[in-house]
Design a protein around this ligand. Sequence first.
Ligand SMILES: [Zn+2]
Ligand SMILES: [Zn+2]
Length: 452
Amino acid sequence: MQLYNTLSAEERAQLIDEAGKQRLTLSFYAYAKIEDPKKFRDDLFVAWNALDALGRIYVAHEGINAQMSVPADNFEAFRDTLEVYDFMKGIRLNVAVDQDDHSFLKLTIKVRHKIVADGLNDATFDVTNKGVHLRAKEFNQILEDPNTIVVDFRNHYESEVGHFKGAITPDVETFRESLPIINEQLKDFKETKNLVMYCTGGIRCEKASAYYKHQGFKNVFQLEGGIIQYAKQIKEENLESKFIGKNFVFDNRLGERITEDIVSQCHQCGKPCDNHTNCYNDSCHLLFIQCDECKTAMDNCCSTACLETTHLPLVEQVKLRKGLQVGNKVFRKGKSENLKFKHSGELSDVSLAVVSKTKDIHQKIKVKKVLVGKTDHYYVKAQVGLFTIEKQELNIGDKILISGPTTGNQELILGKMFVNGQEASEAKAGDKITFELPFRVRLSDKLFKILN
Ligand SMILES: [Zn+2]
Ligand SMILES: [Zn+2]
């Protein structure tokens, strides 16, 4: 029985591309009593591996915390694997707004002492006595209350690219550090103010709110489902976003855009930018913000020292790396004096720039079009798309539109095409057609003919 990954990230990325299927990025957590975390872990691995589910998951005696990427076609089957467990029946799955087929490239399930490293001794307080859960609408309302203090329980690199307006954003590298800092900073307001807290997906607040109640805070509130659910609800319910910028997430996307505002700067040149990257030097791997120009100029490195290192022969690089405990980490969450435009601690609520919308599928297409078929496959190496014509017909020279949530709206003129394997000039309903495409298409993409 296979209980661990056998594919490298590169091999996995290639398989995902070749399959051409859409994937969903999602997260969930549950506190529960798990008698045998090791068995629980192995059972989950077998069930999820069979569904081609990927992600980073922690299990412990106290529950489960998961960030995952699941093929859209297997979503219901995936949900069924959770329903097997009483404590996960009907569990809320946070599905990300932005989707990326490469958000995770491995299935890693680890047994940990705790599902969140909070440094708290759970035996000393009642972990079930939590704060009041607020939905986006209620959260917006309480933020208007002058008696409210809102605290960001994430780390400096997370709040830097996006946060709630007016929030206290502790300058910390771990959740554990922020707990006593906030307790000390707000000690005079325990009875009078509303302590309102939020984090990425809600899990950190689950225990933090109970901890603060135990510390004597009278009015403790938490954002239900974290920023991820907030983003969804403001969209669905058409609410104002009091969060500005990006929600940092620890998958390959490194962030999900909530508003079009850019509130942080490229750490190297100071230009408005909120794209995190990790230093290309294997003995550094520092997580930092870098704009495209600096990425090109610095070869994706955080400093000239790192840039020089990456230009050394590999054996020399390995020698330099000896004794440093960073090589196996994907991201190092420290800071560097080389980065002049890094901000942490007190952050401004000013939008420095607005991102240009390059790929908005919601924008109205002002052309008349007619649906002709669907996408079956994309051959990555050959850069060829396979489609089925379902209605109408297509002719060489027709203007076509391929449209979908990830692909966006792509227009092109049909040049050469193959119909049922043979080069031809027209295709009708029921035909399978292939033609060259310079971009990737997904199974969910629809094929339209543009009428002039
Ligand atoms: Zn820059
Ligand atoms: Zn570096």
